[in-house]
Design a protein around this ligand. Structure first.
Ligand code: ADP
Ligand code: MG
Length: 220
């Protein structure tokens, strides 16, 4: 009997995602996984306040749509938020398995998106864009073939309609472009070397000091 070929794609769990980013030196917001309220409180103290708390569940891909993300959590709210998050997600999807709650340092800056995927026509491609309404409404994104050269990542950033915003408007400071450029090259490098179907960083926070990924989805 011929074997049926199964090609199933799945989401890489948070701990493994963190290791992969570390291996390629892609900056990732400091984080820790809590299985209990007590662990959540202890982790939050180490991370510093406010923290961001997120549900970890293989069934929940879009966490905020499922009530699975709370930002700006103060010390006294960590324990109650731990339970609220689980309750909210369970209410919307009673079958969701909860693997814990992720606590992160709260980042600030411009929200960007960075992605890599296999395009059916072009092959491996790298993407960068401005997050929020820029990507959802204006589709303000730029693509390059993987692996890009340093000059390619510079020009792809400049192609964005929202590029002036990254430079800072009305007295704001410019984001740190060298960090963004090197992160794009590292993402391309990770994608070329690991067996990955798709990688999405949304958001990558960009500030005058540097960049940091706050939400990373890797599909293998
Ligand atoms: P999802 O995309 O699954 O809904 P995210 O982890 O991207 O979940 O969180 C949703 C939103 O919450 C982000 O787009 C961002 O605006 C905010 N956010 C997430 N993590 C952080 C963080 N570490 N610091 C500050 N804001 C965050
Ligand atoms: Mg996200």
């Amino acid at each position: 009997m011929a074997k049926t070929q199964k090609t199933s794609s799945h989401l890489v769990p948070p701990a493994k995602t963190e290791l992969l980013l570390k291996k390629y030196k892609i900056p990732y917001t400091k984080q820790a996984v809590a299985g209990t309220e007590e662990q959540a409180v202890a982790h939050a103290k180490k991370l510093g306040f406010p923290v961001v708390m997120k549900i970890i569940s293989p069934q929940v891909v879009h966490k905020s749509d499922a009530g699975g993300v709370v930002t700006d959590v103060a010390q006294e709210n960590v324990a109650p938020t731990f339970h609220t998050l689980i309750k909210q997600v369970k209410r919307r999807n009673p079958k969701a398995q909860i693997h814990g709650v992720l606590l992160q340092q709260q980042a600030s800056g411009r929200e960007l998106i960075v992605g890599a995927k296999h395009d059916p026509t072009f092959g491996p491609v790298l993407m960068v864009g401005l997050g929020g309404i820029f990507v959802e409404v204006l589709k303000d994104v730029a693509f390059r073939l993987i692996p890009p050269e340093k000059k390619d990542v510079k020009t792809m950033i400049r192609e964005l309609e929202g590029y002036p915003l990254l430079h800072g408007v009305r007295g704001e400071r410019s984001i740190h472009f060298p960090s963004l450029e090197s992160t794009l090259l590292k993402v391309s490098n990770l994608f070329s070397r690991e067996k990955i179907q798709e990688l999405d960083i949304n958001p990558l926070f960009a500030s005058p000091k540097g960049v940091t990924a706050a939400d990373v989805r890797i599909i293998v």
